[in-house]
Ligand binder design. Structure first.
Ligand code: NG1
Ligand code: ZN
Length: 549
């Protein structure tokens, strides 16, 4: 029919590059930008179908995050603002890899029938498009639009250059019928930040800490947006470097570089020793802190995602216990929300020990935001972070509803009491932190607010616990899928015998811990090792790498 012939003719303008196979991994599709036009066009079609299928607004983000500037990628935001539902990933793979227009049209036809997608309602399909600052973004955006409108009636809305979390935030807000423009996003962040600052206890050691934070914008969209946010923000002294005007995106800068290399990014040096510094990644969904050491060649103290998680967890726990103080006898008012933290095997063992000692419940999932997010959503307050700095805090609807009520009640009965303040702080956190995905901008503001609340320097924060030395290696193998893991990737179940060998080797090292897993984003097997000294961690990692090779 008509729809089929439109797909046939428009897709013939976006032929797939021969011999390229892509798969929709934890970060969507990612490749050299020159290879991506047909994929992005096809993901446009998929997004329109997803919008029809869910009767909701869908998001499409064009970015390759921390990867090099010549790469690009595309990922989908589901109606909730989260990642694309996993049961659609095989369809995404099939679409991207269909060899020609005929196969593509047939795939779509079959899928529409199987999923009962109401093509006749296509005017209701709406897709928000965002892209990072990569030069290839503009032409890929056009390919995405062409894909979307080849489902006749579907509407593509270009939201311009955005951070990944901004787009996810907008999709979530739109589907909740809330205000969803970029200005709304900035206003929500700045007003909830201001609220937390206004609630800082008197006499907190604010003045004793160095009040200035210096942020590395990775020469990407995050730095640009932070400049905008800074203008409407009240109560934060912030300097932004690498905001994209001179340097190259992600080249010697950004959260991934800082976390993996453990050195200061470009534009930072010994003159910054002792100052609180932060680094965003190329699409601003990761955040790490660091402080430059005074003596050595750009070495840093890294304050990674695990420590951000620990800071958030401490603060939330403190507010919850204040809120529930003296309420033991009034059962109906004393709602005990479940609080959980979620980590992956990459979390430093010292962070896990610290969180356990602090009385927190910890769960582990495989690597990948979709798994962490899903697990965190099982709690009233679920906090998740990857060591690399991606993470957020999720609040259940039920808890927020209760908290809102409790807050109004306290405003009447004991306005200005410690309990009332704790309720207001928790509400402010729920508005500041991005409930859709990890967001470096909102994460940065929450870290800054909590440090001011505690009166802590970055040094004091970093002293919460001492990271165990660790080492990561990549091993190139013929077929990484032969390695199959279980127990949140901590145990290799195939090939047989490998795990036994890993156990024997690891047992030789005090506090040794080691695991291997196939990467979800690169064609490698990753090895992670931890021990009491750097040398021991390095040795353990290399001997395990030899086992896998
Ligand atoms: P893989 O390639 O599966 O290890 C990497 C990161 C993840 C996550 C994804 C998605 C490490 C060790 N792995 O996954 O944490 O961020 O990319 O971007 O950093
Ligand atoms: Zn990113």
């Amino acid at each position: 029919e008509k729809q089929r012939s439109i797909i046939l003719s428009s897709s013939s303008r976006f032929p797939p590059p021969p011999g390229v196979r892509l798969s929709y991994g934890t970060a969507g599709f990612r490749a050299d930008s020159l290879l991506l036009e047909s994929t992005v066009f096809r993901v446009g079609i998929l997004a329109a179908l997803r919008s029809l299928n869910t009767h909701s607004v869908i998001g499409l983000m064009i970015t390759a995050s921390h990867n090099k500037v010549s790469d690009n990628g595309i990922k989908i935001s589901d109606p909730s603002g989260g990642m694309l539902s996993q049961d659609w990933e095989p369809f995404a793979d099939a679409l991207a890899n269909a060899p020609d227009s005929q196969h593509l049209a047939q795939l779509i036809d079959d899928f529409v029938k199987k999923e009962n997608i109401p093509l006749e309602e296509a005017e209701s399909a709406e897709i928000l498009l965002g892209r990072d600052t990569r030069p290839s973004g503009e032409s890929l955006l056009d390919a995405a639009k062409q894909g979307i409108i080849s489902i006749v009636g579907a509407v593509a809305v270009d939201m311009g250059v955005l951070t990944t979390p901004q787009l996810h935030w907008m999709v979530r807000a739109r589907n909740k019928a809330m205000k969803a423009t970029e200005l709304d996003y900035f206003n929500q962040l700045s007003s909830s930040f201001r609220c937390l600052i206004d609630l800082i206890p008197q006499g907190s050691a604010v003045n004793k800490m160095n009040d200035n934070v210096v942020v590395d914008g990775a020469n990407g969209v995050g730095g640009e947006k932070l400049e905008v946010l800074k203008k409407i923000l009240n109560g934060l002294d912030m300097e932004i470097r690498n905001s994209g005007k001179e340097g190259v995106l992600n080249e010697g800068v950004g959260a991934d570089y800082v976390q993996k290399e453990k050195v200061a990014p470009r534009g930072f040096g010994p003159a910054d020793a002792g100052i609180r510094c932060a680094s965003l990644d190329g699409d601003a969904d990761r955040l790490v802190y660091f402080s430059v050491l005074s003596n050595a060649n750009n070495k840093i103290d890294l304050v990674d995602g695990d420590k951000i998680l620990s800071l958030f967890a401490l603060f939330i726990k403190e507010q919850l216990s204040t809120l529930n103080k003296n309420e033991g006898d009034k059962e109906n008012k004393c709602y005990r929300p479940t609080l959980g933290v979620v980590q992956t095997a990459y979390a430093n063992g010292a962070s896990t020990d610290y969180l356990k000692q602090s009385g927190l419940e910890i769960m582990f999932t495989p690597t990948g935001v979709k798994y962490l997010h899903e697990k965190a959503a099982e709690y009233d307050i679920g906090i998740y972070f990857e060591a690399n700095g991606h993470g957020t805090i999720l609040f259940s609807e039920g808890f927020l509803h209760w908290l809102d009520g409790r807050n109004s009640e306290l405003a009447l009965t004991s306005k200005g009491s410690e309990q009332h303040k704790a309720a207001m702080r928790l509400l402010a956190v729920s508005k500041l932190i991005n409930q859709a995905v990890g967001d470096a901008l909102s994460g940065l503001l929450l870290v800054e607010a909590i440090l001011k609340h505690m009166g802590w320097s970055i040094h004091r924060w970093n002293e919460l616990y001492h990271d165990l030395p660790s080492k990561q290696l990549k091993v190139k193998v013929v077929d990484r899928s032969v390695i199959v893991t279980e127990k949140a990737e901590t145990v290799v179940v195939r090939p047989l015998g490998i795990q036994e060998a890993i156990n024997i080797e690891t047992a030789k090292y005090p506090r040794g811990r080691c695991f291997v897993r196939p990467s979800g984003t690169e064609d490698v097997v990753r090895v992670y090792a931890e021990a009491t000294t750097q040398e021991a961690a390095d040795n353990l990692a290399s001997s395990i790498a030899r086992l896998v090779d």
